[in-house]
Design a binder for this molecule. Sequence first.
Ligand SMILES: [Zn+2]
Length: 98
Amino acid sequence: MAHNWGSSNRKSRLPANWQKIRKQVIERDVVCQICRVRIAVIADHIKPMTDDHRLEALQGLCDPCHRQKTAREGAAARAAIRKPGRRRPPEPHPGLTA
Ligand SMILES: [Zn+2]
C-alpha cells in the first residue's frame, strides 16, 4: 500500500477536500490574480510550499501564470538546496596510515 511517488509528494499533501477548496478559490477570484486577464483555473498557494489550505492563503491563477510562478519557485528552491557547494570529507592519505 505504500506507494513510492519519488521525490515529489506535492499531490499527496493536498487535503481530501482539495477539489472543493480549489473550486471555491477560482469562483472567488474568477480572473487570474497575476495577469488579471485570463480566467483563473488553478488554486495556487500564495506562499509556495506551504500546507496552508485556507482560502485566504490561496489565489486563483491562469495556467500560464501558474507555470511561470512554479518555475520560478522551483529554481529558487533548487538554488537554496545546493548552496554549500561540494562537500567531501578529506580522504586520508594512503601512505600516512601507521
Ligand atoms: Zn494569468
